[in-house]
Design a protein around this ligand. Structure first.
Ligand SMILES: [Zn+2]
Length: 247
C-alpha cells in the first residue's frame, strides 16, 4: 500500500512537471525567464533619478539594425549605474536652460544582447542595410568597431542619447539616426550640415560638462569618464526588477 502511494506521488510529480513545461511552451516562455531578476546594487532606473529624461529604447522594438526586438530587452525603462544616471540628470538640467530635453535610445545593455548581435551578423539577412549600414558590408560593422563583443553599455555607464526640443517634443536634427553605421555619424563629420554639427555640439558640451566622454565615431554614444568597469552584466532590461532595499 505504501509502495502504491509512492508510485502515485511519482506519477503526480511527472504530470505536474509535464504541465508546467507544456504551459511554458504554449505561452512561448522559456522556463529560465520565470527567474525573478534583481537590479544589482548601484544600479537604478534613470527615471527615478531624472524623471524629465525620456526613453525610446530602440533594441526593445524593431526600429534597429537587426530589425526585431533584441534578446534581453523586455521593458521600456532605461537602466544605468546610479552615478551615470545622476550625471545625466545634471546634463538634462543644463540643456533645459537652452530649451532641450534628453532622449535615451539605449543605456545598460545585457551581454545576451551582444550575443544576439553576433548571431545576426552571421545570418544572411541584410534587410536593414539601406537604413543602417548603406556603405559598408555586414562584416565591416565589427571590423570598424560600430559593434563589438564587449561594450561599455554592459557595465551600465554608457548611453546612446539625443536631443529633443522642449517646445514641441520633436527630435533635433543631428544628421542621422541611431546606429547609422557610417562615416557621417562621426561627431565632427563634415558630411553633415553646419547646423547638424552644431546640434551635435550642443549635446556634447552638456555631456562633457557633467563628465561624459563621446565616442568620436558615433555622435550619440557617451560613457561616464573615469569610471572603472565593475562587471559585464547580463540581467534583462525589465521594468519590474526586484530591489534589495540597499541602493
Ligand atoms: Zn552606444
Amino acid at each position: 500500500m505504501r509502495q502504491k502511494k509512492q508510485n502515485w506521488s511519482c506519477i503526480g510529480f511527472v504530470v505536474l512537471f509535464a504541465w508546467l513545461t507544456a504551459s511554458c511552451a504554449q505561452k512561448g516562455t522559456d522556463p529560465a525567464s520565470l527567474v525573478a531578476w534583481r537590479m544589482p546594487v548601484g544600479f537604478c532606473y534613470v527615471d527615478e533619478v531624472a524623471p524629465e529624461i525620456q526613453a525610446d529604447l530602440k533594441y526593445a522594438g524593431s526600429d534597429n539594425f537587426v530589425g526585431r526586438p533584441i534578446a534581453g530587452y523586455e521593458g521600456s525603462r532605461a537602466i544605468l549605474r546610479r552615478d551615470a544616471a545622476v550625471a545625466l540628470g545634471h546634463a538634462a538640467g543644463i540643456l533645459r536652460q537652452q530649451g532641450y530635453g534628453l532622449m535615451i535610445w539605449d543605456a545598460y545593455r545585457p551581454m545576451r544582447a551582444l550575443r544576439d548581435f553576433r548571431a545576426w551578423s552571421y545570418s544572411p539577412d541584410e534587410g536593414t542595410r539601406a537604413s543602417f549600414y548603406p556603405r559598408i558590408t555586414k562584416r565591416k560593422i565589427y571590423q570598424e568597431h560600430y559593434i563589438g563583443d564587449s561594450s561599455e553599455h554592459t557595465w551600465g555607464i554608457a548611453v546612446d542619447i539625443t536631443l529633443y526640443r522642449l517646445r514641441d517634443g520633436k527630435l533635433v536634427d543631428m544628421g542621422g539616426r541611431h546606429d547609422l553605421m557610417d562615416t557621417r555619424s562621426a561627431t565632427d563629420s563634415t558630411e553633415v550640415t553646419c547646423q547638424q554639427r552644431f546640434n551635435r555640439g550642443i549635446l556634447r558640451d552638456a555631456m562633457r560638462a557633467v563628465g561624459f566622454e563621446n565616442y568620436p565615431k558615433e555622435w550619440w554614444h557617451y560613457r561616464l569618464e573615469n569610471s572603472r568597469p565593475w562587471f559585464a552584466y547580463d540581467f534583462p532590461v525589465s521594468d519590474n526588477l526586484q530591489r534589495d532595499g540597499v541602493r
